[in-house]
Design a protein around this ligand. Structure first.
Ligand SMILES: Cc1cc2nc3c(=O)[nH]c(=O)nc-3n(C[C@H](O)[C@H](O)[C@H](O)COP(=O)(O)OP(=O)(O)OC[C@H]3O[C@@H](n4cnc5c(N)ncnc54)[C@H](O)[C@@H]3O)c2cc1C
Length: 189
């Protein structure tokens, strides 16, 4: 159950990231002469969360697959050794009839992605390539202010607050609770 929940989280992250890249393309910003550019707001949201999600997926792989990532033979030549091959087939096989050679091929591919020198550098890359961890966040605020998004959000809050005062709701259609209000035939005071 825990492993399945973790895999579900990975799938959700994958879908969220694809959702953002879809949004960048399918809701683009107008540019010059009818041309468009990928949506800056969605692109910046991607840039903010991708450095958090990449290490999270790596962490899940390391927790769920665990020692399976290193409990492998060191070289493909071992499979060609008539002395070693029977041990590999017996002790490094997978569940559900998966043979050792297929299991190890998967583990080594995953290790290349998350644990090797390449995997380590790639995580560093995903964390930093688009800017340091603070810059990629506060630029969202700066762009929201420049684009007028913060005005829209502040307007939303102002609208909410304009709908009530010290005496209750100021807009039609809402009922102020009070001693004369009876709901479902019962006095709720
Ligand atoms: C693997 C890898 C690949 C990369 N690829 C590219 C690439 O293809 N193209 C490209 O343009 N760049 C690339 N970069 C560079 C990347 O953009 C920078 O690493 C990133 O912008 C962070 O800058 P920095 O490493 O100088 O760290 P810093 O900016 O020094 O940040 C380190 C820490 O110091 C803090 N800090 C920074 N300035 C201040 C300040 N004034 N006051 C207080 N705290 C501060 C930061 O918040 C952070 O916590 C790559 C980096 C890596 C690691």
């Amino acid at each position: 159950m825990g492993g399945q929940a973790n895999l579900g989280e990975v799938i959700a992250i994958r879908n969220l990231m694809w959702g953002l890249s879809d949004a960048m393309c399918k809701s683009p910003d107008p540019w010059e002469n009818g041309a468009v550019q990928p949506s800056m707001l969605y692109g910046m949201a991607y840039r903010t969360f991708m450095p958090m999600f990449y290490p999270r997926i790596k962490e899940i792989a390391e927790q769920v697959v665990a020692s399976g990532l290193v409990y492998v033979n060191s070289n493909a030549a071992d499979f060609k050794s008539s002395e070693i091959r029977p041990y590999l087939d017996k002790y490094v096989r997978g569940s559900n009839g998966i043979e050792a050679i297929d299991r190890i091929k998967i583990m080594k591919l995953l290790w290349d992605a998350v644990g090797s020198e390449f995997g380590g550098r790639h995580e560093l890359y995903e964390r930093n390539y688009a800017g340091n961890n603070e810059q990629i966040k506060f630029e969202n605020l700066a762009v929201a202010e420049m684009s007028g998004l913060t005005d829209v959000l502040e307007g939303f809050a102002e609208t909410c607050m304009s709908e009530y005062d010290l005496d209750g709701w100021t807009m039609p259609g809402f009922i102020n609770p009070g001693p004369d209000v009876s709901l479902f035939g019962r006095d709720w005071q």
